[in-house]
Design a protein around this ligand. Sequence first.
Ligand SMILES: [Zn+2]
Ligand SMILES: [Zn+2]
Length: 213
Amino acid sequence: MKVTIIYDNETWQPGLEAAWGFSCLVEANGQRLLFDTGGRGDILLQNLETLNLAPRSISEIFISHGHWDHLGGLADLLRLHRDARVYLPWSCSRPPEAREVISVQGPLEISEIFFSTGELPGAEQSLVVKTVDGLVVICGCSHPGVGTILEAASSLGKVKALIGGLHGFKEYEVLADLALVCPCHCTQHQAEIMTRYPETAVSGGVGKVLEFG
Ligand SMILES: [Zn+2]
Ligand SMILES: [Zn+2]
């Protein structure tokens, strides 16, 4: 299972563009799912191209929540791939460009490896990916709170990794059992997390690739 960061506030690899927002591509078992779409379609598409990822190869798009920095690139992506299926939180308004929208309210099994926590308080859903030795959780801005997200995900098994924007999160002890945490995008206390968990915390950035068993 592989996660490639496509859109983030910082870059990891030269030649890619950083901007406020988040998106990553999750590839596992021959399945590809794009988590969020960043703030600007032109930057999203440019970064995909630089990373040699064809938009037409992405048939499933998971939107964590309705904020512009996660949803902003969706229309441009859908213009190139009208038939992509969009998983949208229930309270989020439907993008007119989308042909197929799955409105997610409660926990949802997307495939045998991809799951949604369902829309949590804060109008946001997180993606849960099953791997052989635990769950990888991907979050947009963590508006529901990191503790709430991890608790919701843990109904599917043991969480081993967390990737995404953690916003103003400060209850650092809830990360203690994770094998990996990649706090990026809007995470305000990135430095504290890195200092507290030097062995498990890694930085994000556009072009960063995280691989799991
Ligand atoms: Zn947000
Ligand atoms: Zn955000």
